[in-house]
Design a binder for this molecule. Structure first.
Ligand SMILES: [Zn+2]
Length: 78
């Protein structure tokens, strides 16, 4: 089993990186669920205020599109 490493040591290797930007996703084709993206926090609550939807897989470096609220809501069939 691999030794755990510090989060600051988690860097993409880019050997198999792809560009799959388009449909929002939460899981990279490599299996990772950890993404690097840019965000801004609300100063008074610490909540995420906004984030850029271009993101990069923390493991393989694949570029993807971050989901936004409502992307995965099921539509009523009426
Ligand atoms: Zn990946």
């Amino acid at each position: 089993m691999e030794e755990p490493k510090e989060i600051t040591e988690l860097e993409p290797d880019y050997m198999k990186a792809m560009d799959i930007r388009g449909l929002p996703t939460t899981i990279c084709p490599c299996g990772s669920k950890v993404w690097n993206l840019k965000t801004i926090f609300e100063a008074d609550t610490g909540n995420i205020d906004m984030y850029f939807i271009d993101m990069e897989c923390a493991v393989c470096g694949t570029l993807a599109t971050a989901p936004t609220p409502g992307d995965f809501e099921v539509q009523d069939a009426d």
